[in-house]
Ligand binder design. Sequence first.
Ligand code: RTP
Ligand code: MG
Length: 149
Amino acid sequence: MAIEKTFVMIKPDGVQRGLIGEIVGRFEKKGLKLVAAKLLAVDSKTAEAHYAEHKERPFFGELVSFITSSPVFAMVWEGENAVSVVRSMMGKTNPVDSAPGTIRGDFGLSIGMNIIHGSDSVENANREIGLWFAENTLTYSKSGDVWIQ
Ligand code: RTP
Ligand code: MG
């Protein structure tokens, strides 16, 4: 069983549209565990580092200015195959191609404002978690639920 952690971010459009609760609820009901979360305004340096793989793409400037335009909700989720489970619940990058029932399929219209980010590999998840969360803020884990009777 592969217990993974993945980095998930509700983008400015998702926060402004009041979709935090809906999205968190979907992952909770799926059985994933929320192990860290914060609402924050992102600086350009963090946004550029986060999307560094797209540096040469024509939409990079637009992407960074969108992500830094207003607060995002950054999270770490843990569970069996968490990286690919989150990616499949998000839907395709372009909401036009996302099936109904996925987050982008249910709530998105445009590729530039597609509501949510999720790490695309375990390697990138580790890199992104390190970028967004200081090490000592990530102390909660699924195995730590001692108050559930
Ligand atoms: P994300 O990184 O945000 O989770 O999205 P993704 O893996 O599904 O897609 P990716 O290829 O990593 O692209 C990152 C974000 O860039 C924007 N994008 N715009 N205008 C365009 O052609 C275009 N292509 C990508 C999207 O907002 C995408 O989520
Ligand atoms: Mg991506």
